[in-house]
Write a protein that binds this ligand. Structure first.
Ligand code: SF4
Length: 272
């Protein structure tokens, strides 16, 4: 029987981000407002490990920002907060999430040498126009180069994909899916785009410059996305944001459902 994995989330809201992407509100969706001290990260790891009774792999995960955009000293301080748990065998590895344009060979090697085994990249789209309209500040080439650098270093790569961003159509969504498959990631997370209060996308929505996808059409689109990923053998480890009170309070509009994955799977089954 496969053992369930423990992922200990440590949120670094907007840590290392050069600006705020139009759709993003890490503070609203995680309820964490400030960057934690490294000692706080260590305390959180200890707390999770002390209550975990499972037998699967245990991993500390720095989420919610662009980890490799932080000063190298800060990255090292965070990773060193987790390393003692790896040395004493209570933690297996560390994962971080970051932006594609903040990964190069040097950064990939630095992460590997400091206990990181998995990097999640916020790809969001592989369409240049969608990326530009979403204020990402990089094009699809940055993602292709980042995945190559991470794989060459021997790191596992997860890609995060946000269908329904400004400028997206079913064609750009399926094209992004194919381009993600071509990058051969170890896993993918699919987060349908939501309008979160206080973001630039919220202002675009209020000003009539962005129309979020409806739940039904996004579910239909994600049935096709998931089918392509399944056929290519790419594991989809999440579809839809983790439901929670903070998230639900921060949603202004968009295709939200607390069990989005189940909706997609039920629709896919009914079509077979
Ligand atoms: S989407 Fe990523 S890079 Fe953009 S603001 Fe949010 S955490 Fe930072």
């Amino acid at each position: 029987m496969a053992h369930k994995q423990l992922i200990i989330p440590i949120f670094i809201p907007f840590g290392g981000c050069p600006h705020q992407c139009v759709f993003c509100d890490q503070k609203g969706i995680s309820a964490v407002r400030e960057l934690p001290e490294p000692t706080e990260a260590a305390r959180q790891i200890e707390l999770y490990l002390s209550t975990w009774k499972g037998k699967g792999a245990r991993e500390a995960a720095f989420y919610g920002g662009s980890f490799t955009g932080l000063p190298e000293k800060t990255q090292k301080d965070y990773l060193e907060a987790a390393l003692p748990f790896i040395r004493d065998g209570r933690l297996d590895s560390i994962r971080v999430s970051t932006r594609p344009d903040y990964i190069d060979v040097q950064r990939a090697v630095f992460l590997l040498h400091n206990g990181v085994r998995t990097v999640e990249l916020g790809v969001q789209s592989m369409d240049p126009k969608v990326l530009a309209l979403s204020g990402r500040g990089h094009g699809p080439d940055a993602t292709i180069a980042a995945v190559a650098a991470l794989k060459d270093a021997g790191l596992k790569v997860g890609l995060q994909f946000m269908p329904g961003l400004p400028g997206d159509s079913i064609e750009t969504i399926l094209d992004t899916t194919q381009k993600i498959i071509a990058l051969k990631p170890d896993f993918v997370r699919v987060y349908p785009s939501l309008v979160l209060k206080g973001t630039a996308m919220h202002r675009m929505y209020l000003g009539g410059l962005y129309s979020p996808w409806g739940l039904e059409e996004m579910t239909e689109a994600c049935v096709q996305v998931k089918r392509l990923l399944d056929e290519a053998g790419v594991p989809v480890i999440r579809m839809g944001l983790q439901p929670g009170k903070e998230l639900e309070e921060s949603i202004a509009a968009g295709p939200y459902h607390p069990s989005f994955r189940q909706l997609v799977e039920a629709l896919a089954t009914s079509k077979n």
